[in-house]
Design a protein around this ligand. Structure first.
Ligand code: ADP
Ligand code: MG
Length: 509
């Protein structure tokens, strides 16, 4: 299923109402028209333009409340996440434009942002969906200078950044990314989720690291993993929701920064530049260009968000801009970036899997039923109704014949590979093939049993011989012993021994 990226825009309330305010118009809550101030107009290639238009799924003006933003942006994405699809909501914009305010919120409960509201919504919804059993897990990480750290590791409160374990990335054969050193916390209710969010934000702010002054220079990813199992069937799904607060997107000029700051600026700009490159590459591929390679691996953030950007994920961006002319160039850059993101689409699918526990439970029940059936049969009964039912079930599950006859030898080889654990599953295509597999197993079993019996007979014969030799040796040695040990103490001991045994009380006397 195709899923177009959705891009929302939020304008931060202006601090002052002076001439410094950005001049703009919003049309039908979907289009923003920016009236360009003179200095920007002259800086543009086509300086005849007085205004620029940008389209969005929805534009939130300066007065939009946190609740309004949440309801419009998040509800459809989270519903899709609850149905088993991966989802990502990321906030992008320059420092101070309202990313953290939008994602986490301000101090008061009323001003809480997307993440705490999402947690409430998720727990409310799963309570309603009684057909499923759910488990929720949370992790929270920060990416700073191309290194990722766990924000839910309590030890980080007492140790400096240098001693923190970096999160390590591994990619498996199917290009799935696995993370080491990232804790995952099972979460049973909204409050536990909010406690984890607060703890992560607290660790981010107060830890004795350079980050405490520089949260704007790091990316944060809050991930909710949902495991849902259908109680009426044997299917389960696992979906992930990434809630991302990106680092400030401003282009810091090198002259303004030095030392550690320069390093940070380089990394932040680089990872956001790489994010742009990924978006451009994806755009080109969408427009038909022959682009096989998408440069996800250039930065940690794009590697971690690979699925959100060009994979199996419903993705939403919230662009935040300030409403002052002082920041117009950064705002225009955010607006342009958002237009490119808005053109993308992902191919999404439900992450379904079979619930192995439920299958095992069912198979065990079936096994018990079969054992009972067999016992009945051995007692003299013939094919019962449930026996017939099982036969019918087998016939409906598999076709009578696969069309391509498979030789007994091929079946035997396949069965041998399976029994030697060289292949994980025994793939059968027809009832006929299943029967051949059973015959092959029976043959193998009989051959092996014969081999074992021969071997066992051989071993027991040998053991018997050893036994004979041992008995003979014992007899010889006891004869020698008697001869050598005819000293008086031993005689005494032996004489004393028998009365003791004779006088031993019997328990019931
Ligand atoms: P960022 O994370 O993008 O650097 P913040 O979210 O920290 O920016 O916002 C900077 C300041 O502006 C904060 O004090 C925040 O409370 C305030 N702020 C941001 N957006 C809004 C908004 N929509 N309404 C009210 N205050 C806001
Ligand atoms: Mg912030």
């Amino acid at each position: 299923m195709k899923s177009q990226f959705e891009v929302f825009l939020r304008l931060k309330p202006s601090n002052n109402q002076s001439q410094n305010a950005m001049q703009y118009q919003i049309y039908q809550n979907k289009r923003l028209q920016v009236l360009l101030p003179k200095h920007v107009k002259f800086g543009m290639i086509n300086n005849s333009r007085d205004n620029l238009d940008f389209n969005f799924t929805h534009v939130f003006d300066q007065k939009a409340s946190q609740e309004h933003v949440f309801t419009n942006v998040t509800t459809p994405v989270i519903n899709s996440f609850l149905d088993g699809y991966n989802a990502t909501i990321f906030a992008y914009g320059q420092t101070g434009s309202g990313k953290t305010y939008t994602m986490s919120g301000a101090e008061t409960w009323q001003l809480r942002g997307v993440i705490p509201r999402a947690l409430s919504y998720i727990f409310d919804e799963i309570d309603k969906r009684t057909k499923f059993e759910y488990k929720i897990y949370i992790s929270f990480m920060e990416i700073y200078n191309e290194n990722a750290y766990d924000l839910l590791e309590k030890r980080h409160l007492e140790t400096p950044l240098e001693q923190w374990n970096k999160i390590a990335l591994f990619e498996d054969d199917q290009n799935n990314i696995h993370l080491k050193n990232l804790s995952i916390h099972q979460c049973n209710n909204e409050q536990e989720g909010i406690d984890l969010l607060m703890m992560g934000n607290f660790i981010r702010q107060v830890s004795s690291t350079p980050m405490n002054q520089s949260s704007s220079r790091s990316h944060c990813i809050f991930t909710v993993t949902l495991e849902g199992c259908d109680t009426t069937s044997e299917t389960c799904f696992v979906s992930k929701l990434h809630l991302v607060d990106l680092a400030g997107s401003e282009r810091i000029s090198k002259s303004q920064v030095e030392g550690n700051l320069l390093n940070e600026a380089k990394y932040i700009n680089l990872s956001l530049t790489y994010l742009e490159q990924v978006i451009i590459a994806l755009n080109e591929r969408m427009k038909g260009a022959n682009r096989q390679h998408i440069p996800y691996r250039n930065s940690l953030m794009t590697t971690l968000l690979k699925d959100s950007l060009g994979g199996n994920c419903k993705t939403v961006m919230i662009a935040t801009i300030s409403s002052e002319n002082d920041n117009i160039e950064e705002s225009l850059s955010t607006l342009r970036f958002s237009q490119r993101v808005g053109q993308l689409e992902n191919e999404i699918r439900r992450n379904e899997k079979v619930d192995l526990e439920a299958v095992v439970k069912r198979l065990e029940q079936e096994k018990l039923a079969l054992i009972r059936e067999l016992e009945q049969y051995q007692r003299g009964g013939t094919s019962t109704s449930s026996n017939k039912k099982i036969q019918q079930q087998q016939q409906t599950l598999l076709p009578q014949s696969s069309g391509m006859p498979i030789s007994q030898k091929e079946v035997q080889e396949k069965v041998e590979l399976y029994l030697n654990e060289r292949i994980p599953l025994l793939d059968v295509k027809s009832v006929e093939e299943t029967q051949k597999c059973f015959e092959a197993m029976k043959d193998l079993y009989n051959t092996r049993m014969k081999e074992y019996v021969t071997e066992l007979t051989f071993i027991s014969e040998k053991l018997q011989k050893y036994d004979e030799i041992l008995t003979r040796k014992k007899e010889q040695s006891s004869f020698l012993e008697q001869k050598e040990n005819s000293s008086p103490e031993i005689e005494v001991y032996r004489r004393n021994e028998s009365p003791q045994i004779q006088f031993k009380k019997r328990p019931n006397q």
